[in-house]
Design a protein around this ligand. Structure first.
Ligand SMILES: *Cc1c(COP(=O)(O)O)cnc(C)c1O
Length: 395
């Protein structure tokens, strides 16, 4: 039998969006309250409190009512002025992409780029800051998802902070799946969302904003106001006593509320640990099967996505189609420069469970063999199980 494209897959193991936790799906079905009903205003304030707790912030985060690309574009539009000298760090498609937004608001753009299977070297950032004392804003993507690689943002953030520049961080696909928080990396604007490691649908941005970022945005006459791109409009919206600039996404807030409860109740450390273990099992299996990881070294491989280099002679798009048709499993492709060169298996939220690595490896190996590439599926599965079993017996 084959799974038709017109029926839902059995397991979605993408690098976002991912299927939501069942409890989140039920939360999305809650009553759609009128946004000025006092019960909703109180609820909104409580969700912001939970987001603040999850993000370990000393100030209230802002929720914007569009998936995190809205937050990233809004950050560029609100914080960057024509007087700013921006250093954009790019180790992949998302990092590079932020540079295009930055350029819209300041023509003074410097970029530090690495190969898309490497990570940004903090020493290289320090060299740029020393060479260009005029840099006022630095932007970086934490987990550049289309490469499955992690940048050392806590180290980079410390350097940027001592230079005195503002830092914009895209942590969309890392927050909730590993230890990362806005204040630990000295972010002035830290963008994330519910649709990756928190296991809720796409539709909201969660933004950590530093006090000095608020001050800079308010002093920027061009920062969007009375606009869908505005961050400033939402500054006080957390309070049950303040109006919303426009109607918030009520159902998405219901879903986020449950996702934050699940995250906080399970315990962030436990959530990160199952992301890390799933990725570790996956990497062991990929190597055990005779395939190559995309990341130049395992130390920079993401705990929330594993990128597998496309073997010679295999068409990547055909490979994913075969995985879906044969086994009902969905993986992500690369994007832009990494398209065709790698296949991504996501370990995010509900799919950050080690047994899904085993399923992913079996499906990957099976499809590769069907397409004529000799992958040692059994050795890959054994290697993944060895990692999982060692962890289970390590107590
Ligand atoms: C998912 C993601 C975003 C949001 O963009 P999408 O439109 O959902 O692709 C932004 N940045 C990163 C690093 C992401 O992984």
């Amino acid at each position: 039998m084959r799974y038709s494209d017109s029926v839902e897959p059995v397991i979605t193991l993408t690098s976002g969006p991912v299927n939501a936790y069942p409890d989140v799906l039920r939360g999305l079905g809650r009553t759609v309250l009128y946004d000025y009903d006092p019960a909703f205003q109180l609820f909104y304030e409580q969700v912001i409190d939970k987001a603040q707790k999850a993000m370990r912030l000393s100030t209230r985060p802002v929720i914007l009512h569009g998936e995190p690309v809205l937050g990233l574009e809004a950050a560029a539009a609100s914080l960057i002025t024509p007087q700013d000298v921006v250093l954009n760090l790019a180790s992949g498609v998302y990092g590079k992409g932020f540079g295009y937004w930055a350029k819209r608001y300041s023509s003074n753009l410097l970029e530090l780029e690495t190969a898309y299977n490497e990570a940004i070297d903090p020493q290289a950032v320090q060299n740029m800051l020393t060479k260009h004392p005029e840099i006022t804003v630095v932007s970086v993507c934490h987990h550049d998802t289309p490469s499955g690689t992690i940048n050392p943002i806590d180290e980079i953030g410390a350097l940027v902070a001592s230079h005195g520049a503002y830092l914009i961080v895209d942590a969309v696909s890392s927050f909730g799946g590993m230890k990362t928080h806005p204040e630990e990396c000295h972010a002035d604007i830290y963008i994330t969302g519910p649709n990756k490691c928190l296991g809720a649908p796409p539709g909201l941005t969660m933004a950590g904003i530093s006090d000095r970022a608020w001050t800079k945005m308010k002093a920027n006459p061009s920062a969007p106001r009375a606009s869908m791109l505005s961050i400033l409009d939402w500054e006080k919206a957390w309070s049950r006593n303040e109006p919303f600039p426009f109607t918030p996404s009520v159902s998405e807030m219901n879903g986020l509320d449950v996702a934050l409860d699940l995250y906080l109740d399970e315990g962030p450390e436990a959530v990160w640990a199952r992301h890390a273990l799933t990725a570790k099992a996956m990497r062991a299996g990929v190597k055990g099967m005779g395939l190559d990881l995309w990341a130049a070294n395992e130390a920079i491989a993401s705990p929330t996505t594993t990128a597998v280099r496309t073997p010679k002679g295999i068409d990547e798009s055909t490979l994913r189609s075969e995985v879906r048709a044969r086994y009902g499993v969905v993986f992500s492709s690369g994007r832009g420069e990494t398209l065709g060169k790698l296949t991504r298996v996501g370990h995010m939220g509900p799919t950050a469970q080690p047994i899904y690595a085993v399923a992913a490896l079996a499906a990957l190996g099976g499809a590769l063999n069907a397409l004529g590439f000799k992958a040692d599926t059994a050795a890959g599965v054994r290697a993944a199980l060895a990692v999982i079993d060692a962890d289970a017996e390590a107590i």
